[in-house]
Design a protein around this ligand. Structure first.
Ligand SMILES: C[S@@+](CC[C@H](N)C(=O)[O-])C[C@H]1O[C@@H](n2cnc3c(N)ncnc32)[C@H](O)[C@@H]1O
Length: 257
């Protein structure tokens, strides 16, 4: 249970467990399986393709993708406890503790047909370096799908922003006006950008309602401070979505070479 201020974070392992309790599965992204199907329906199902789930968290997304026959999925995440959980609960899949920036060191000469990121891009300290690193382990013309928060406003710093340093997790939604150029200079070519802000609004509204409906059980399982944190964070995100200070987007791109 979270006991002091420094450990009260939804990004901690305990925080992710609260999130997955609310979301009824090992998912730390809005929309759960509906979102995965929405993103992945763009791609053919092919058991021979190798898919990387970058920033896979507790492993539920990777497992769902594999179980639904999109291909063979491998997950990486920087957070040790999440990967230990993923390995324990989904032993048929391969998971690695790794920083996305060091993916090449993990996979050596292995390359991927498809790379997906479900609400992990916003948490990367260095998004440019992450995209370069992923391009390095992608096959020629392989695809990347980034499902995440978006920043619909040009260079506006909202109260939600915490650029972060090495010690804290940043909150860096996809900058809609810059993503095409960011992809281009990291060897990706933007093929489609889909605004899913309305879906994000609905998903966060559902999540807030579920948190309140299960208040007693959440407090019993995870403690009052983590309940308060979840309520504060989800309220703020939902409010920012409603005010159009924050959005949701799916970005599809193809490796340039
Ligand atoms: C909101 S969670 C999403 C987890 C998972 N994709 C899901 O949908 O359930 C963001 C994840 O990104 C991971 N992450 C953040 N920075 C990372 C990095 N540099 N390399 C790998 N994973 C990272 C975090 O540890 C966290 O598990």
């Amino acid at each position: 249970m979270a006991k002091n201020k420094s450990t009260i974070s939804l990004r901690s392992y305990q925080g992710k467990r609260l999130v997955s309790f609310l979301r009824n599965g090992d998912y730390a992204h809005p929309g759960e399986t509906e979102a995965i199907i929405q993103v992945m329906s763009k791609f053919p199902k092919n058991k021979h393709q190798v898919i990387l789930d970058a920033g896979c968290g507790l492993g539920g997304t990777a497992f769902f993708i594999k179980e639904n026959h999109w291909g063979n999925v491998i997950g990486i995440d920087i957070e040790t406890n999440s990967i230990l959980h993923a390995k324990k609960h989904y032993p048929s899949l391969e998971f690695h503790i790794a920083d996305v920036n060091n993916a090449k060191q993990v996979f050596d000469d292995r390359t991927f047909d498809l790379i997906c990121l479900f609400n992990s891009f916003y948490a990367f300290h260095d998004q440019t370096s992450a995209l370069l690193s992923l391009a390095d382990i992608a096959k020629s013309h392989s695809k990347i799908a980034i499902f995440d928060y978006s920043d619909p406003l040009i260079s506006l710093r909202t109260p939600l922003y915490r650029e972060g340093n090495k010690e804290t997790t940043p909150f860096k939604p996809i900058k809609i006006n810059q993503i095409k150029e960011l992809l281009r200079k990291t060897h990706w070519h933007l093929t489609e950008l889909i605004d899913i802000t309305d879906n994000y609004i609905k998903w966060y509204s559902d999540l807030l309602n579920k948190l309140l409906a299960n208040k007693n059980e959440v407090i019993e399982k995870f403690g009052q401070p983590l309940f308060n944190k979840a309520h504060q964070v989800y309220f703020k995100i939902h409010d920012s979505l409603l005010k159009k200070m924050l959005g949701g987007a799916i970005i599809y791109a193809e490796k340039q070479i």
